[in-house]
Design a binder for this molecule. Structure first.
Ligand code: HEM
Length: 620
């Protein structure tokens, strides 16, 4: 009926957009695959064109697979294309002010966007950039110690870095991971049924498993953000705290001589800053792991690209690990960063916009209220802009033979204005963080390791690595695969260990000055999860110190002494990664090993008593 009435209203010469015809009422929901839906949307673009529409449960969805069309509409006509659709599983997303990226085009959104921009530029680029470097140093050593746990190390790297940037401490990182991956499920089309069958949003709380789960998750997130704000306030009062986004906000609120009162209060109140910084932390914890994982996947399939990158790093850095200050001299590293994002877009279906008024584009009607998707996957497959689009080809950014080449190479390629960060007034505000985290982590891995497919010890052949199996949520990440990360030179692990130790010492010094107490969250996640981060660190540091001994004991079989340290149950090592979120089976097995004997098998309670407050851990 909706379609029929709309057709009656079309002015002369205006047609509805082409697209796959749907079944009455449900539309086209039946043949959207649960996995890699972007491939299906892209396939339809081949049939119906760079802009087409389809209906799902009465809502018109418009899919755009061309950068030009996306710019024509989302950037040039931003006045009417900058709203966000309602997310059925989070129906107050447009008004509540909790998540800036999901807010409708309201005054709250405008104010929050300005604050986010202000915080990013006043603090991230100035004094905070030692955090990503320190966390990168820590990450490289953990990767080298046990590459099979790469998902855990990457998630620790991204969530710890963004926690430190946001609140000046890495302590909230584990809980942030937990609440953030829950939010991703809440908002993803394939994460919760009401997002597809939208009338399910009207099921009352008492009967809706999705609403109950989201309410519990949100309550935990709220407590975490309040505790973080409280910690930053105490840090500032004590004069011993570290720099952070929230710290920058609080300082801007302080009255000072000569400071105009209107200027002082223009960024909104503390509650609002809490949500803006919270969203920045959520975005950082959610997204940056995707390209880091895709980098490893690319290196498994393109060893020659890895060689070219290593050649540049070795030549420019003369044997040392690349630093952020080297960026002008490392165009190939910047090209690899950009190409990873193009090759495997982290947000392949884009974050949808909503249109506020009927519009006509090249004779086609785009109806008011439609959900508009810039299909990032499709945009990156455009052969005119990206010849051999399916290939991982960093040279396209630094070789004049390709259409994407741009000079000067001291500045380009970079991520500013890249289609993969969206369009118009809603473009991503996290690019400075993304650029730095990826430059440091990918550059560090290329310097430290040869990444390659694992060799099967029986057949002597490479174990196959998938080409394009990705997780189905809004932020897509490669499904787990096996690979080797082999230190490139003798002594490199020792160098990594020293970098790790110095990062850890620095953090311990900071914690000694003032540490955040996260014990109030033990009952929410279990102490094991919260403190695992610290425990892994100690275990791996100890393990490396005795690497010779370890090699020996491994060859001697099970009767040999165990190495000292804290052992975590196998399933716990990845229990909090995105793919495992929501599974209730948390391993609580922890063993303390001293003098080669199991001293104690610990559950949640004893762990607390052994570790004490985080930061006060002492290995006896
Ligand atoms: C690889 C990492 C990332 C990718 C690929 C990415 C991509 C995107 C995309 C596609 C959008 C939607 C743009 C649109 O609607 O047109 C977006 C929005 C946003 N991103 Fe990112 N992002 C990343 C990391 C980050 C980080 C680390 C932050 C931290 C500050 C961040 C903050 C934001 C914000 C605040 C918005 C919402 C802007 C608005 O709605 O007004 N992003 N991002």
């Amino acid at each position: 009926v909706h379609r029929y009435l709309n057709r009656q209203k079309l002015p002369a010469g205006v047609r509805p957009l082409p697209g796959p015809r749907g079944i009455p009422f449900i539309g086209r929901v039946h043949d959207i695959p649960e996995n890699a839906s972007w491939l299906k949307f892209y396939e339809w673009s081949k049939e119906y064109g760079a802009i087409y529409q389809m209906e799902i449960f009465g809502t018109v969805h418009v899919w755009i697979s061309s950068e030009k069309v996306a710019h024509d509409l989302l950037s040039k006509r931003a006045l009417i294309y900058s709203d966000r659709p309602t997310i059925p599983n989070l129906p107050d997303n447009r008004t509540s002010g909790d998540y800036l990226a999901l807010l409708g085009r309201t005054e709250t959104w405008k104010r929050q966007r300005k604050l986010c921009n202000h915080l990013m530029h006043t603090s991230a680029l100035a004094s905070l950039h030692s955090y990503p470097t320190r966390e990168r140093d820590r990450f490289l050593y953990l990767m080298g110690s046990d590459p099979s746990k790469y998902l855990e190390w990457i998630e620790q790297f991204t969530s710890r870095t963004v926690s430190r940037l946001s609140w000046g401490t890495a302590k909230p990182a584990q809980i942030l991971r937990h609440t953030t991956f829950g939010l991703l499920q809440t908002i993803s089309p394939s994460g919760a049924l009401p997002n597809i069958i939208s009338f399910l949003q009207h099921v009352p709380l008492a009967l809706s498993p999705w609403k109950k789960k989201e309410a519990a998750r949100h309550a935990l997130e709220d407590r975490l953000f309040k505790a973080n704000i409280d910690f930053v306030r105490r840090s500032l009062e004590s004069g011993r705290g570290e720099e952070s986004f929230v710290g920058t906000f609080m300082k801007s609120q302080l009255p000072a001589e000569g400071k105009d009162e209107k200027e002082r209060l223009k960024w909104g109140d503390q509650e609002e800053a809490m949500h803006v910084v919270g969203l920045m932390a959520i975005a950082g914890a959610l997204t940056i792991g995707s390209p880091i994982q895709s980098y490893i996947l690319a290196m498994c399939h393109y060893p020659e690209a890895q060689k070219a990158l290593q050649e540049e790093i070795d030549r420019v850095c003369e044997g040392r690990c690349p630093q952020w200050e080297d960026r002008e001299k490392l165009p190939m590293l910047r090209a690899v960063v950009k190409e990873v994002i193009r090759w495997r877009p982290p947000v392949p279906t884009g974050i949808p916009h909503a249109i506020e008024k009927d519009d006509v584009y090249e004779g086609y009607l785009i109806p008011k209220g439609a959900t508009i998707h810039a299909l990032e996957w499709g945009i990156t497959r455009d052969e005119e802009t990206y010849p051999c689009a399916d290939e991982f080809l960093p040279a396209r950014w630094v070789d004049p033979a390709y259409p994407t080449f741009k000079e000067p190479l001291t500045q380009y390629p970079n991520l500013n204005g890249f289609s993969q960060f969206g369009f118009g007034r809603r473009t991503c505000q996290g690019i400075p963080i993304v650029e730095q985290d990826l430059f440091l982590s990918m550059g560090g891995m290329a310097w430290a390791f040869d990444i390659r497919k694992k060799v099967d010890p029986v057949t002597g052949k490479f174990i196959p690595v998938h080409w394009n199996d990705y997780t189905p949520l809004l932020i897509a990440k490669p499904c787990k695969f096996d690979f080797d990360a082999i230190p490139r030179q003798e002594g490199r692990m020792e160098e990594l260990r020293q970098m790790f130790d110095s990062a850890r010492e620095e953090e311990e010094q900071q914690d000694k000055a003032i540490a955040m107490d996260i014990s109030q969250f033990e009952k929410d996640l279990g102490a094991e999860k919260i403190y695992r981060d610290k425990a892994c660190e100690i275990r791996y540091a100890d393990a490396a110190a005795q690497s010779d001994e370890l090699e020996q004991t491994a060859s001697e079989g099970s009767s040999t002494p165990l190495e000292p340290g804290l052992e975590l149950g196998d399933s716990s090592s990845e229990a909090d990664t995105e793919s495992d979120f929501g599974k209730e089976s948390l391993s609580t097995r922890m063993r303390v090993v001293l003098d080669g004997r199991v001293e104690k098998t610990l559950g949640i309670e004893p762990v607390v008593s052994v570790t004490g407050v985080p930061g006060a851990w002492k290995w006896a």
